[in-house]
Ligand binder design. Structure first.
Ligand SMILES: *[C@@H]1O[C@H](CO)[C@@H](O)[C@H](O)[C@H]1NC(C)=O
Ligand SMILES: *[C@@H]1O[C@H](CO)[C@@H](O)[C@H](O)[C@H]1NC(C)=O
Length: 404
C-alpha cells in the first residue's frame, strides 16, 4: 500500500507551484530571468537574489553547440513577416541547421528562451516600437515571427509613420518599426553654385530635428528601442555626396566630419528623447551588431562564407579599431553611444559582443535573387532568420520580464 500523504501536503505542493508561477510571471518583486535555482535563493534572502540579478549580464558569454530539440527555432520560412533577402531557409542557405544549433550561454546565468505567450501576456495592452536602421528591422522580423507563434491571428500593421509592424489581437499588442537611419532629419539637396567642385549635391542633416518618421509617434509606445550606426560611413556618403550638418537652420562652421557629426546628432537625439518622451516609457538603445566582411568591404568582393562562429581570441583581430579591419566601425560607434547615454534613463541593449562571434550566420550569397550578389555583393551585415536575432529577442524578453 502506498504511504498515505498527510492531508496538508497536496495543498503545500500546489502552493509552491503557485508561488513559482507568480514568481516567474514577475508579479512578485525582484523577479529574476534565471531558473528555479535562483527562485530557491529568493525564498531565503531577497537581497542575495537582487545582487545576483543585477550581476547577471546577458551580454557576456559564449556560444555552445547544442544539437538537442531545445535549440530548434520557433518559426520557419512560412512566417508572413519575413523579408525575402533574410529568409535564409527559403533561399536555401547552407548550414541553417548548424547555424541554429548554437545557443548563447551568458557567463553567470541561463538565458531562458522566450515564451511568446507569456511575453505577450506581460505586454498586454502595450506597444513596442523599434526606431532606426535595417538592423532594427532585422530584429523586428525575428520578433514578429516569434510572437506570432502565440497569436496566429497576427495582422500586418503600418500606421503612424511606421515602416512595418504587426498587431496581435489576442493580446492587444503592437510591435512595429520606424525607419530613421540617422535618427535625425536629413534630405538630399541637389548641386548649387555654393557647393564645392566635385560635389553632386549634399545630404543636409538637421542635427536638432528628429526625423518625422518617429518624432511624432512616441506617445503611442510603452517601450522604444533605438539604434543607428551602419549608415555613418563614407561608403554611404562619399565626398561627392557628403553629409553636411546644420543646427538651428544654419550650416555648422567649420563643417563637421562624419564622426564629429555623428556625435553631435547622437547628443541632440538623446537629449530630445530625455526631454520629450515620458519617463514611464521604457527606453532601450540597441548597440551595433558588427559586419563580417572578409577579404574586402561589401563592394570589394568581401565575403562571409564561414562554417562556424569566430573564437573569442579572434574577435579583437576582426573588430578592434586599432587593427583597422573592414569592420572596425561598430566598436568605435558603440563607444560613442555608451559615452552619450551615461546618466540618462535609456538602457543599453548590448548585442554587439554576442553577435561579433557569428560570422557564420549572415545571408552571405543566399539572397533569393539571381543577380543580387553581382549587384550588391554578399550580405555580411544583416542576419539570417531564423538565426542570431532570435537570441536578441530572448535577451530583450528576459530584460522585460525583469523590468515590468
Ligand atoms: C488596447 O491597448 C490600448 C493601449 O495600447 C488601450 O488604449 C485600449 O483600450 C486597449 N483595447 C482594449 C480592447 O483593451
Ligand atoms: C571582384 O570579383 C570580380 C570577379 O571575380 C572581379 O572581376 C573584380 O575585379 C573583383 N573586384 C574587386 C574590387 O576586387
Amino acid at each position: 500500500m502506498p504511504p498515505k500523504l498527510p492531508p496538508a501536503l497536496p495543498f503545500l505542493i500546489l502552493l509552491s507551484f503557485l508561488f513559482f508561477y507568480l514568481y516567474s510571471t514577475s508579479l512578485l518583486p525582484h523577479s529574476s530571468p534565471s531558473s528555479a535555482t535562483t527562485t530557491t535563493t529568493t525564498t531565503t534572502t531577497t537581497t542575495t537574489t537582487k545582487t545576483r540579478t543585477t550581476s547577471c549580464n546577458f551580454f557576456k558569454g559564449n556560444w555552445i553547440l547544442d544539437r538537442t530539440k531545445s535549440a530548434k527555432p520557433l518559426y520557419d520560412e512560412s512566417c508572413p513577416f519575413h523579408r525575402n533577402a533574410w529568409n535564409c531557409l527559403r533561399n536555401h542557405r547552407e548550414n541553417m541547421g548548424l547555424i541554429n544549433s548554437w545557443r548563447w550561454v551568458p557567463k553567470d546565468c541561463e538565458l531562458p528562451k522566450i515564451d511568446p505567450e507569456r511575453f505577450l501576456e506581460l505586454m498586454r495592452n502595450r506597444n513596442i516600437g523599434l526606431v532606426g536602421d535595417s538592423l532594427n528591422e532585422n530584429f523586428l522580423v525575428s520578433f514578429l515571427c516569434i510572437l506570432r507563434v502565440a497569436d496566429g491571428s497576427a495582422k500586418k500593421w503600418k500606421r503612424k509613420g511606421a515602416w512595418r509592424g504587426a498587431y496581435f489581437p489576442k493580446f492587444n499588442v503592437t510591435v512595429s518599426y520606424h525607419r530613421a537611419v540617422l535618427l535625425a532629419k536629413y534630405e538630399w539637396q541637389p548641386k548649387q553654385p555654393t557647393m564645392n567642385d566635385g560635389q553632386k549635391g549634399i545630404y543636409r542633416v538637421d542635427v536638432d530635428i528628429p526625423a518625422e518618421d518617429w518624432a511624432t509617434i512616441t506617445d503611442y509606445y510603452d517601450v522604444l528601442i533605438f539604434n543607428t550606426g551602419h549608415w555613418w560611413g563614407y561608403d554611404k556618403f562619399p565626398k561627392e555626396t557628403p553629409l553636411v550638418f546644420y543646427r538651428a537652420g544654419q550650416p555648422i562652421l567649420p563643417p563637421l566630419g562624419l564622426f564629429d557629426g555623428f556625435k553631435v546628432v547622437l547628443e541632440s537625439m538623446v537629449s530630445y528623447i530625455e526631454r520629450e518622451i515620458p519617463h514611464k516609457t521604457l527606453k532601450f538603445w540597441r548597440l551595433q551588431s558588427p559586419r563580417h566582411f572578409y577579404g574586402g568591404d561589401w563592394n570589394q568582393n568581401g565575403s562571409c562564407l564561414l562554417n562556424e562562429p569566430l573564437k573569442e581570441h579572434e574577435l579583437d583581430l576582426w573588430f578592434d579599431p586599432s587593427n583597422n579591419g573592414v569592420n572596425k566601425e561598430a566598436r568605435k560607434i558603440n563607444h560613442m553611444i555608451e559615452e552619450t547615454l551615461q546618466g540618462t534613463d535609456i538602457r543599453l541593449l548590448d548585442l554587439t559582443h554576442l553577435s561579433e562571434f557569428r560570422a557564420d550566420a549572415h545571408p552571405a550569397i543566399w539572397l533569393g535573387k539571381k543577380d543580387a550578389v553581382a549587384i550588391w555583393g554578399q550580405d555580411c551585415m544583416h542576419w539570417c532568420l531564423p538565426g542570431v536575432p532570435d537570441t536578441w529577442v530572448d535577451i530583450f524578453s528576459g530584460l522585460m520580464h525583469n523590468s515590468l
